[in-house]
Design a protein around this ligand. Structure first.
Ligand SMILES: [Zn+2]
Length: 193
């Protein structure tokens, strides 16, 4: 492997290497499985306004969290809660805790910066995956190798970067939040609401 994934033959034609094309098919399948596994109808089209849509997963029942706006003494805050919480009106379904969106952003930033700190030890793992049989794993390892190269710690949410690197964020009942990156790295933090 190596070289450019796509190269320009002439002004109009772009040839995609077969393994990249195959990856795209596998990625479509992976996303379908993800939606099915977490009982989500479709991925949000409005990632700018709601970047975490479909990405926050309940650690208790494996369904997706949904976002709500809540008025609190400190103003309007976005909060995420399991979509199974009130499945039947008036009846409590999944009992998992809620989590504030600012908390999720804060934890995501810490996790990404931590991943950058650990880059040196992850590089050998990515290198191994880039030689492996699993095409999606190969592509993700390659992406992470490139994205993290010379990358600086971030202080604010970079939506594009987050969407390219985060598989999902699991919220557990005991307050632990696990950021699952697309290369397979998982970093967890304890949250306090
Ligand atoms: Zn749940």
């Amino acid at each position: 492997m190596g070289g450019n994934p796509a190269y320009i033959v002439d002004d109009h034609e772009v040839v995609i290497e077969p393994w990249i094309w195959e990856c795209a098919q596998l990625e479509i399948k992976r996303r379908e499985q993800y939606l099915e596994e977490h009982n989500i109808t479709r991925f949000s089209q409005n990632t700018e306004a709601n970047p975490f849509s479909s990405k926050i997963i309940c650690g208790e029942c494996n369904r997706a969290f949904a976002r709500k706006g809540w008025w609190t003494p400190s103003g309007d805050r976005k909060v995420w809660q399991c979509s199974e919480r009130y499945k039947v009106k008036g009846e409590l379904g999944c009992g998992n805790r809620y989590v504030y969106e600012d908390t999720l952003i804060e934890i995501y930033l810490m996790a990404w910066n931590r991943l950058l700190e650990c880059r040196e030890s992850l590089v050998s793992e990515w290198g191994r995956k880039m030689q492996g049989e699993d095409l999606l794993e190969r592509l993700q390892a390659k992406n992470f190798m490139e994205i993290t190269k010379d990358a600086q710690p971030i202080k604010e949410l970079d939506i594009d970067l987050m969407l390219r690197t985060v598989d999902c964020i699991r919220v557990l009942e005991n307050g632990v939040v696990v950021i699952v990156f697309l290369d397979g790295t998982e970093i967890e933090y304890s949250s306090k609401n």
